[in-house]
Design a protein around this ligand. Structure first.
Ligand code: NAD
Ligand code: UDP
Length: 314
């Protein structure tokens, strides 16, 4: 993989920074671009001195003129709190960002991977979710800026593929967690760990019976890398996630046990359109990428808790 020039958009974010780590270690020339909306220079500070790593401030809603062989398009806030803060900008980032990166890919004949999401399935009425399920998404709700933006980005990917023969790869990422998540980003894993470490109440939305499937970041990045280098005729979409399914109450209990915290649970209203369940069918990833997650929730939470301890000085 030497001499491959790779662009990572959103590279200073949680997933993007781990992806940059792997690509730099593999010898790629990595150009990381980010507007630092939810990401931070700190996440990639350790890479700044490397000869094959470059960081550039750029907003993907504006065109970018660079020469690259591969594009990983991750730029987009992922936490509901952040993507709902400026919903118009969220849609612009997904849609204009995809158009700009696809335009770049077309001009330089690069292969492009889109970080899509399990949110394209909305509040699903089938379980587990397979890639051929079209989803149950509210087009006008408070999550729509993210869900519909990501759905439109998938549409653009496939139209560029059909219309311009662009090499595309679409991965649908299920809830992923690990070190470098933002402590205040409002996602459930970071919220529960930070609350437990500070001895604050653990905020359960609704009754806590809704489920999510949590993938450790290292497993996710391995899946993305395998997808990017898979044969050109395999374009996806492909689910990447851990099929272990947990209620939010179960997650809270696990976090309390692993942190040794005595925090109490407190119940808050369930946000609008909050999906009741999420569980990937990963048969396609297993068959076409030889990929399956290797890290259990308990094993992945341990280094994540250690990270938050260091961030909070706990
Ligand atoms: P994150 O918020 O940590 O990272 C997103 C990065 O994109 C940040 O660094 C942010 O500053 C940057 N960004 C946002 N808008 C931008 C813009 N207009 N131009 C340039 N950069 C911009 O979130 P993450 O968890 O690392 O998610 C990365 C990608 O993976 C996102 O596209 C997200 O939708 C997708 N995803 C993540 C998860 C998950 O559980 N972590 C699940 C499904 C999909
Ligand atoms: N959640 C919760 N307490 C929190 C944060 C989130 O109970 O402090 C719930 C939320 O309502 C959702 C689930 O945890 O049902 C996952 O939320 P997150 O924001 O992490 O991601 P989502 O999968 O909803 O995009």
């Amino acid at each position: 993989m030497d001499d491959v020039s790779t662009l990572v958009t959103g590279g200073a974010g949680f997933l993007g920074s781990h992806l940059c780590d792997r690509l730099v270690a593999a010898g790629h020339d990595v150009l990381c671009i980010d507007n630092f909306y939810t990401g931070s220079r700190r996440n990639v500070a350790h890479l700044l001195g490397k000869p094959n790593f470059e960081l550039q401030r750029h907003d993907v809603t504006f065109p970018l003129y660079v020469e690259v062989d591969r594009i990983f398009n991750l730029a987009c806030p992922a936490s509901p709190v952040h993507y709902q803060y400026d919903p118009v900008q969220t849609t612009k980032t997904s849609v204009h960002g995809a158009i700009n990166m696809l335009g770049l890919a077309k001009r330089v004949k690069a292969r492009m991977l889109q970080a899509s999401t399990s949110e394209v399935y909305g509040d699903p009425d089938v379980k587990p979710q397979r890639e051929d399920y079209w989803g149950r998404v509210n087009p006008i709700g408070i999550r729509s800026c993210y869900d519909e933006g990501k759905r439109c980005a998938e549409t653009l990917m496939f139209d560029y593929h059909r219309q311009h023969a662009l090499e595309i790869k679409v991965v649908r990422i299920f809830n992923t967690y690990g070190p470098r998540m933002h402590p205040n980003d409002g996602r459930v894993v970071s919220n529960f760990i930070v609350q437990a470490l500070k001895g604050e109440e653990i905020t359960i939305y609704g009754e806590g019976t809704q489920t999510r499937s949590f993938c450790y970041v290292d497993d996710l990045i391995e899946g993305m890398l395998r997808m990017m280098e898979s044969p050109a005729d395999f374009v996806g979409p492909v689910n990447i996630g851990n099929p272990g399914e947990f209620t939010m109450l179960e997650l809270a209990e696990l976090v309390l046990r692993l942190t040794g915290s005595r925090s109490k649970l407190t119940f808050r209203p369930l946000p609008a359109d909050d999906p009741k369940q999420r569980c990937p069918d990963i048969g396609l990833a297993a068959e076409r990428l030889g990929w399956a997650p290797t890290v259990s929730l308990e094993d992945g939470l341990k280094p994540t808790i250690a990270y938050f301890k260091s961030v909070l000085g706990a």
